[in-house]
Design a protein around this ligand. Structure first.
Ligand SMILES: Nc1nc2c(c(=O)[nH]1)N(C=O)[C@@H](CNc1ccc(C(=O)N[C@@H](CCC(=O)O)C(=O)O)cc1)CN2
Ligand SMILES: Nc1ncnc2c1ncn2[C@@H]1O[C@H](COP(=O)(O)OP(=O)(O)OP(=O)(O)O)[C@@H](O)[C@H]1O
Length: 190
């Protein structure tokens, strides 16, 4: 059977093979697709700054901000923990761990209402795979434990979809998947 690590490796290789100029076009298509996302002004939405061959969510984040979203970005606090810091326009970005950049310690910590998750792979049932650190798994568990019910939106290129992902007890399924092909909801009993 294919393990999570095998699938992660294969799908990241696929993503790495996308030409940079195609990645930019696909990221712009994701920003267009984000128009279908329904939220009220003031909604706290966590995005991320791209690393490696990830989609570049900056065009999407700019559009969400124009529509009244309050943006935040993940920062790595330690090997197991990420927090979400207020992403104020033009505020200085610092090194926030694992090759990521984000707001510094002075920025307010926020609980996102909507989380845009970076993925290595996803399936048609809303199961997802990240980079294997469990950072998002734990951050989501923490939000749920505090009585929050964040809307989880996986962000990836469509070629990262696989037939089936093994889901473990700690895996919380996605509500939506956003790719260059559009924003698609998963049927999810909550
Ligand atoms: N842009 C972005 N920001 C993010 C994440 C992310 O996946 N993407 N995170 C997501 O949790 C958190 C940071 N955690 C991370 C954990 C691991 C790796 C990483 O690159 N790990 C391996 C690669 C995994 C593999 O190839 O199997 C590495 O270091 O080489 C990156 C970020 C928060 N910020
Ligand atoms: N809620 C949790 N509490 C404690 N440990 C957890 C929790 N969720 C996941 N983990 C641990 O995190 C590790 C990574 O899990 P998994 O392989 O599912 O990562 P992933 O989904 O790729 O990562 P991420 O959540 O960062 O995107 C596993 O060792 C798992 O046991």
């Amino acid at each position: 059977m294919e393990t999570k690590a095998d699938i992660r490796k294969a799908m990241l290789a696929r993503r790495n093979a996308i030409a940079v100029e195609d990645r930019i076009e696909m990221s712009l298509a994701m920003a267009d697709a984000g128009e279908a996302l329904d939220f009220v002004p003031g909604t706290v939405i966590s995005g991320y700054m791209p690393i490696r061959s990830e989609p570049d969510l900056r065009p999407l984040m700019a559009r969400l901000r124009e529509r009244g979203a309050r943006l935040c970005l993940p920062v790595v606090l330690d090997a197991e923990t990420i927090a979400f810091r207020d992403f104020v326009r033009e505020a200085a970005q610092v090194d926030t761990g694992f090759g990521t950049t984000g707001p510094g310690e002075g920025a307010e910590v926020l609980d996102p209402d909507i989380v845009l998750l970076p993925l290595s792979a996803f399936d048609g049932a809303g199961n997802r795979l990240g980079y294997g650190a469990g950072h998002y798994d734990r951050a989501i568990a923490r939000l749920l434990a505090r009585g929050r019910k964040p809307v989880l939106i996986g962000t990836a290129f469509s070629l990262q979809q696989v037939e089936h992902l093994p889901a473990e007890a700690h895996d919380v399924p996605l509500d939506f998947i956003l790719t260059e092909g559009g924003l698609k909801p998963f049927a999810k009993p909550r």
